[in-house]
Design a protein around this ligand. Sequence first.
Ligand SMILES: [Zn+2]
Length: 146
Amino acid sequence: MKQKIRSFIKSHRRDCLLGLAVLFLLLGSAAALYFQRQVGDKSQVVVSFQGTEILRTDLDKDQKYIIEDGTARETDFHTVLASLGEEAYPSNHNVNLLTIKDGTVYMSESNCPGLVCVSMEPLTSDAYDIPIVCLPHGLLVTIETS
Ligand SMILES: [Zn+2]
């Protein structure tokens, strides 16, 4: 068997070399494309409140934000509306929780009426045509790519 392979390679040496060369070229260009995408993907999440930008951050970094009465602050992933207690009562504050994870951004929770923002599709760097809107709280979440 080994002998057969060896004689095959010997008689098809040029084809084998050519095949190898093509294979390396393909691998090389695939790798180049891959790294270019990694470096070139500079998508940013932009949140505005009543038309004014209040948050701009990278889409490729996992993070979670509390947006309260038009002000955004970073929090950890354990934070949920229930853990905020009275702070999250709709009669006290307008509160939204925005999650950025695995290259997607979505409104994970809100105390707005209707919860339309929470049911909207997550945005990604490939799909961001329809922004996430929380109309009752005056919030707009979009993605900007460079
Ligand atoms: Zn909402």
